[in-house]
Design a protein around this ligand. Structure first.
Ligand code: ZN
Ligand code: ZN
Length: 172
């Protein structure tokens, strides 16, 4: 025989009270956690952590208007700051073009100076150029100090070695 009763109602009351309390406690702790997270994201420690990324961003996100050092509002705003957002499209185009050509000028010499150095030095061809230069010798050379000769050919006559080097150069 079931007992739908006072007991039941009382139990429900107790449970409800407890749940209310529990909700309050959870709410408070969640609030505290969120506050901590916000502090962690926006606080001084977080700023230090995001500094390297900021440095990279700052350069590409700067306003493209000449002489303007404000941070731009990003690609959606054509890399313009709030001051220059309303600039005429013509001007903006000119600034963009100037910026592009400027970037190119900056990049070109850098690449030029890198490539020859690598080609002459220890670049990708390093493994290949470490082979013994004697014809038909597949041995690994002992490196530039030994004129790129293997153990077997280190004692070779200078004349031969010079001829091999010339042949190797001619072959590319
Ligand atoms: Zn600006
Ligand atoms: Zn050899």
């Amino acid at each position: 025989m079931p007992m739908p009763s006072q007991q039941d109602a009382e139990l429900r009351k107790i449970v409800t009270q407890h749940v209310d309390q529990l909700v309050k406690v959870i709410e408070e702790s969640v609030r505290r956690e969120i506050a901590d997270a916000v502090v962690a994201m926006c606080g001084p420690g977080a700023a230090a952590a995001s500094r390297p990324a900021r440095g990279v961003k700052a350069r590409s996100m700067a306003c493209i208007a000449p002489g303007c050092s404000n941070a731009s509002k990003g690609p959606r705003f054509r890399y313009l700051c709030a001051d220059h957002m309303d600039a005429p499209a013509k001007d903006v185009e000119a600034w963009r073009a100037a910026r592009k050509s400027g970037a190119r000028q900056e990049q070109a010499p850098r690449k030029r100076s890198l490539r020859p150095a690598r080609a002459a030095g220890v670049g990708r061809g390093g493994a290949r150029s470490m082979d013994c230069i004697a014809p038909n010798c597949g041995n690994r050379s002992k490196g530039p100090r030994f004129q790129y000769l293997c153990d077997k050919h280190i004692g070779a006559p200078k004349k031969d070695v010079q001829a091999w080097r010339a042949a190797k150069k001619a072959a590319g």
